[in-house]
Design a protein around this ligand. Structure first.
Ligand code: SF4
Ligand code: SF4
Length: 76
């Protein structure tokens, strides 16, 4: 279990539901909500916890709606 663990936070009011991030994620962490945001777009949600923090989703997002966090394994 030496993997880097990542996490994503999605700004749902910025997201336009273009799905580029869903396609970009190698571990299928992202999916579409059934709910819509204030602009009427189905926004993106985390559907799994397998995020590696690779940042692919954040890099492809045209609206910078995704922030990626990476957690390193704690040194003992
Ligand atoms: S950082 Fe990488 S693994 Fe995590 S949700 Fe984004 S594309 Fe997927
Ligand atoms: S790439 Fe950005 S705007 Fe497009 S669906 Fe993903 S979070 Fe939303």
């Amino acid at each position: 279990m030496a993997k880097v663990k990542g996490d994503v936070v999605i700004d749902i009011e910025v997201c336009k539901g273009c799905e580029l991030c869903i396609v970009a994620c190698p571990t299928d962490v992202l999916g579409k909500s059934k709910q819509v945001n204030n602009k009427g777009y189905q926004y993106i949600v985390k559907v799994k916890e397998e995020c590696t923090g690779c940042e692919s989703c954040a890099l492809v997002c045209p609206d910078a709606a995704i922030t990626v966090y990476r957690k390193k394994k704690q040194a003992v």
